[in-house]
Write a protein that binds this ligand. Structure first.
Ligand code: CDV
Length: 310
């Protein structure tokens, strides 16, 4: 049996700080139309795909950056994405900054949504692993203030969509094996994952030359160890003077990259993904029910940092 989903990793080149949402949405619409022409059913956009990566700048009053956030989804700038998706019969994953009113308080999240081919939202995810720092650190060549601009989400989830079990994660989540394993335990067959990754890592510049290797290493391992497809999509190129990696890729449950972008601009990488390929891994090497030993893994859920046993 085969369950195919035609998927596009819809990489974006840089988004300038002064680019309007309409200009960005026009780029996303171009991706949707091109993908449709190539038989795609699911288009995966990057993290924070509607704006420049604003956590690279510090402002004392966070509200100054509220224009980078969405108060509703769909909203006035994004409704056309949903209408176009429904008209074309093509769905998408979209990362964006979310401003939510909850319990009478404003909350900020780094969020993604999954939209089905009828233009309906079927799932929403709030980034769990927020990298970087919570205070201005002027010694850095640029800031990475996700811990300042966002609150963390608290769960990894999966949804029944596209004829399978689809999960979502965002950027730094891809570096943590827990991300994939939680979704793996929920039967995930395809993890969608947008990212913004600067080449330069200020606290560890010795990693800079390895940034693309690490990008693929973690996604390929997560795919193989959980018998799932992984679709990783970059916002790439030189954005406001900061060089960001590309390397958007569609990875099979074997851990192999089956399609990848080769530029750092707006580009589609497309693959026909058989969700039933997951079974070969989920029922053998990574048959969790048969081989896992949760009784030996207690620390993973109960302890955060390193505690040496002596
Ligand atoms: N947007 C991100 O989460 N970026 C991080 C960087 C800061 C290392 C990443 O893991 O790619």
């Amino acid at each position: 049996m085969s369950r195919f989903v035609n998927v596009a990793a819809a990489q974006l080149g840089p988004i300038a700080r002064n680019e309007t949402k309409k200009q960005v949405v026009d780029r996303l619409l171009a991706h949707l139309h091109q993908a449709k022409a190539m038989g795609v059913e699911l288009v995966v956009f990057p993290e924070l795909a509607l704006t420049t990566f604003f956590p690279r700048w510090y402002v004392e009053d966070k509200a100054e950056f509220d224009a980078f956030y969405e108060r509703e989804m769909p909203g006035p700038d994004t409704q056309i994405l949903f209408d176009t998706a429904a008209k074309l019969g093509i769905g998408f994953y979209l990362g964006y900054a979310e401003l939510a009113m909850e319990g009478g308080q404003l909350h900020r999240y780094n969020t993604s949504i999954l939209v089905e081919r009828n233009g309906q939202i079927v799932g929403k995810y709030r980034k769990v692993h927020l990298p970087g720092h919570a205070k201005d650190e002027p010694w850095r060549a640029f800031q990475h203030l996700e811990k300042y601009y966002f609150e963390p989400g608290d769960t990894f989830d999966v949804w029944q969509a596209y004829g399978g079990t689809i999960g979502m994660a965002l950027c730094n989540d891809r570096r943590w094996s827990e991300t994939y394993r939680i979704m793996g335990l929920k039967g995930v067959e395809m993890v969608l994952l947008g990212y913004n990754t600067p080449v330069h890592n200020p606290p560890a510049p010795e990693h800079d030359d390895l940034s693309m290797f690490h990008n693929h290493l973690v996604m390929q391992a997560g795919a193989y160890q959980n018998g799932t497809w992984v679709v990783g999509v970059a916002k790439a190129g030189n954005e406001e003077g900061i060089e960001m990696i590309g390397g958007s890729a569609i990875i099979a449950p074997s851990g192999e990259i089956v399609a990848a972008c080769s530029t750092k601009g707006d580009e589609l990488a497309i693959a026909r993904c058989d969700l039933d390929l997951c079974n070969s891994y989920k029922t053998t090497t990574f048959n969790f029910e048969v081989h896992r030993r949760p009784e030996a893994y207690g620390l993973i859920a109960n302890q955060r940092g390193v505690v040496r046993p002596w």
